[in-house]
Structures are given as structure tokens and as C-alpha cells.
Design a protein around this ligand. Sequence first.
Ligand SMILES: Cc1ncc(COP(=O)(O)O)c(/C=N/[C@H](C(=O)O)[C@@H](O)C(C)C)c1O
Length: 387
Amino acid sequence: GFYGNYGGQFVPETLMYAVKELEETYEASKQDDAFQEELNYYLKQYVGRENPLYFAERLTDYAGGAKIYLKREDLNHTGAHKINNTVGQVLLAKKMGKNKIVAETGAGQHGVATATIAALFGMECTVFMGAVDVERQALNVFRMELLGAKVISVQSGSKTLKDAVNEALRFWVANVEDTHYVMGSVLGPHPFPEIVRDYQSIIGIESRRQILEAEGKLPDAVVACVGGGSNAMGIFYPFINDQVALIGVEAAGAGLETEEHSASINKGRTGVLHGAMMKLLQDKDGQILEAFSISAGLDYPGLGPEHCHLNESGRATYESATDQEALEAFKILCQTEGIIPALESAHAVSYAIKLAKELGKEKQIIVCLSGRGDKDVQQIKELFEQE
Ligand SMILES: Cc1ncc(COP(=O)(O)O)c(/C=N/[C@H](C(=O)O)[C@@H](O)C(C)C)c1O
């Protein structure tokens, strides 16, 4: 369960049984043809895969360099990549005979994706969400409730994702007999980072095949935003043995030199949170610092253990984009391609525009468009009205 010096299973005894049971069930599911068939059925017929790897010609012209391809996870059912993971994990819950689901959410996309699949399989669903995020992503709270989920607003700590995960883990410990915890990103104790990576790898598997079809060669770089790191790990992993640059884009918020960002790799130190060893934003006493970002989905003070290892080994590099840069890219994508991206994804687009210029016309870049921006329009509207 380790990725170099990161990862592990730093959980209390009360959770060891549950993570061991999950590990066994996951390993067994890999050999279970019926399970794989059911998973692929829902990915195709319900999520709507495969989605396009779209050549963004006007965005490419705007950037003035390498060809930019967008992997359209925004076109999935529920509007983001999160559902790739929740389909798989809820099927695992069924395989373990558990009919209740608990999850955390920040941007609300993971919560919506969990509530959606729980409704599909008639399972009870409880989602923990920081009170700050309940405010910021009110539309997604309503969607979760429409889908039959119970949304619990978390008042402790900084009232954002970190605190929602703490409360969700506590709930899971108390209900482990009949409840599965659907982890929303490549975080948490082994085997969660592996499971979420594997379910999200469908993004990179499709992208690799599609770029070879379109260009007859692999891309020069793959770019994705990183909150906990699941859409990035999913698009990176199938390219891991290729000569392809893998670039994660962290949220620099108000700026890396300020206290207001979520740049765990660029400004963090090694520590343990939510059961895993990873790079974390923490003060000199090891207290976890609050993360900041204009996008709720990147607002997490850590980054998944496998990303920390890829960074240390040099296989992947981690850049960042500020709130302002993300907002700029958000507008540019709307105007050049008629696509309203999630604010999280706009961080990746922002860096990709810079990289395209640097690489020049002969090269190709794939950007993971992890979600659509409908959930952010209200927040953006208010921002523009303030300008
Ligand atoms: C559209 C979209 N794009 C990217 C992210 C960042 O999550 P990762 O892909 O796991 O780094 C997110 C993260 N959303 C989570 C959520 O909706 O709960 C997030 O807040 C946490 C699970 C990290 C997202 O919604």
C-alpha cells in the first residue's frame, strides 16, 4: 500500500477490518468477469462512455502553439469524472453485501456522483459536506437531495473538505457492518488510492487510444488539475511507461507566496491525513493548514500519495494556476470553444495555454476537462458583478 515513501494504512484498529475486507473484495473483483461486465455496462449505457477527445482548434489558435486536445469528462452523466469511480465503488459495496453508502464532498460533484449511483441501485446514501462548501455549491446540495441522499453539513474545523472526510470516516467506523465509504479521490488508506486510480484510469485508456487514432503518435504532454488527484491519476496512469510529460496543476489561489492556496506539492511537507502519508499543508507544529482556492474541488490541503511519489521520482511535475489565471482560462474556453468548464478544470486549461506556446506548433497536448461549469456559474456571476 505504499508508493515510494507515501501511502500506507494509517487507520485505527476499528477500521482495519473494513479496509482489509475492501482489499480482498477489490482483488476478487478483478478476476470476476460478471463484475467487470456490469461495470463496463454502466460506464457505457449510464455514464455515456466513451466520451470524445476533442481537438480544440480555436483554443489552439488562441494559444498559438501546440495542438490542444480536451478529454471531455464534462460530458459524462452528472457532469464530471467523479462518476467513473462511484460506479465501481458502489458495485464493490453490493459485492460486499452492503446496502448503505457514505461519502464526503467538497465541490459537490463527488457527492452528486455518489448519490446518483446509490439511487440507481436503490441504496441509502449519506454525504458529508463542509458548511462552507454547502454555501458555495448550493446547487449541488439540492441535486444530491433530489437524488435521495441525506446531506450533512459539517460545522467542525474549517468546514470544508478536510472536515467532511473526518466526519465521514467517523460515520463509517460506527456503521462499518452495512455501510461502504465511497472515497472521492486518490486519498485515504490503502486500498482506496489504488481503487480510485484504477477506476479513473478509463480516462487515460480512452485518451491513449483516441490520440493514436487522431495523430498516429502519443502526445508530448498530458495536463490535469489536482485536488485530491483522481482525474489526474486516471489520465496519467495509462501513459506512465510512455515518453509523455505528465503535469499536474495545483490551485495557487491568491498566489503561492501568500497563505491562501492549495499547493500541497509546491508548499507542503510530508504528514499523515485521512489514513495516508502524503504531502500536506501544515504549520511548524504539524497542524493541518486550511487550503484555499476559488474552486471547491481543489480546496484540499493534501495530494494523493501516488502523486507525491511521481513528483519525488520526477515522473510527473506539478505546476500551479492562481484563481485569477483560472478565471481567465474559464472565460477563454467559453469564448473560443463554447465550453463552460468546471473552475477546477480551468486550472488545467490555464497551464495548457502557457505550455502550448512553449512547445510550439509541431507538438500535441491532452488536457483533462474534468467537469462542466454549470455548478460554478452562480459563483462566477457574483464575481463578475463585483468587478
Ligand atoms: C469537476 C472537478 N474536477 C476536479 C476535481 C478535483 O478532484 P480530483 O480529480 O480528485 O483531484 C473535482 C473535485 N471534486 C471533489 C468533490 O466534488 O467532492 C472534491 O471537492 C474532493 C473530492 C477533492 C471536481 O469536482
